[in-house]
Write a protein that binds this ligand. Structure first.
Ligand SMILES: N[C@@H](CCC(=O)N[C@@H](CS)C(=O)NCC(=O)O)C(=O)O
Length: 214
């Protein structure tokens, strides 16, 4: 039995998408951003009360990068690069670069959405983080070129970084190359299945959150 603890639009979308890429059967447990994430029962799954958390093979795992590594190595090696592969190092770099993007998304989400009053927000941080995000998305698009991040084809690294491009487009305008990469990801049946299962928006209600002028 595999069970994913998930909040729509959050970083647990990566695991939802990856599970669809694997074709493994799983159950989805929807959560909300509320105090229930701090219940002892949930903290036993994820010690800081975060999503994703994944119950699999009698284990409970948190951290999307660790989940991606475990899930692919144990159940879908075609979505990873084995230790002996010449692409192993690049695979690990881009798999974890997803969280470099993630930190900018989290800062921008906090400033634009979670902090509700203008006086709580820093326009400087909002502009800076949007620029830093754009640099990351260009790095991804440049590496992907006309294909995916690794020469051998689609991998979990595309899931980890692709989520960043998907959400990142709400904070910065994608270059044509980044938009084309996202288009290739969105055309995948597993991506579409994950979107259909994601649930009603929990975080991003606007298409675009512009940085304040400055
Ligand atoms: N590095 C972690 C980040 C997990 C994380 O912070 N998830 C957010 C949603 S994107 C969360 O659960 N926030 C709930 C909270 O902070 O209470 C991962 O990639 O799994």
């Amino acid at each position: 039995m595999i069970r994913l603890h998930h909040i729509a639009q959050s970083r647990s979308f990566r695991v939802l998408w990856l599970l669809h890429e694997t074709g493994l059967p799983f159950d989805l447990v929807p959560h909300r951003f509320d105090k229930s994430l701090r219940d002892p029962a949930y903290l036993a799954l994820s010690p800081a009360g975060r999503v994703p958390a994944l119950e699999v093979d009698g284990l409970t795992l948190f951290e999307s990068g660790a989940i991606a590594e475990y899930l692919t190595e144990a159940h879908a090696p075609h979505l990873a690069r084995a230790v002996a592969s010449p692409d192993r190092a690049a695979y690990l770099e881009w798999l974890h670069f997803g969280e470099t993007i993630g930190q900018h998304l989290a800062n921008l989400t906090q400033h634009h959405i979670a902090l509700r009053e203008d006086h709580m927000r820093s326009p400087t941080v909002m502009r800076l983080e949007a620029k830093r995000l754009a640099i990351c998305l260009e790095a991804v698009a440049g590496k992907a070129g006309d294909g995916y991040l690794l020469p051998g084809g689609f991998s979990a690294a595309d899931v980890q970084c692709g989520y960043g491009v998907l959400i990142g487009q709400r904070f910065t305008t994608l270059s044509p190359q980044a938009a084309a990469y996202l288009g290739r990801l969105q055309a995948r049946p597993a991506f579409q299945a994950a979107m259909a299962q994601d649930g009603p928006a929990q975080i991003y209600l606007r298409e675009f959150y512009a940085a304040p002028e400055g």
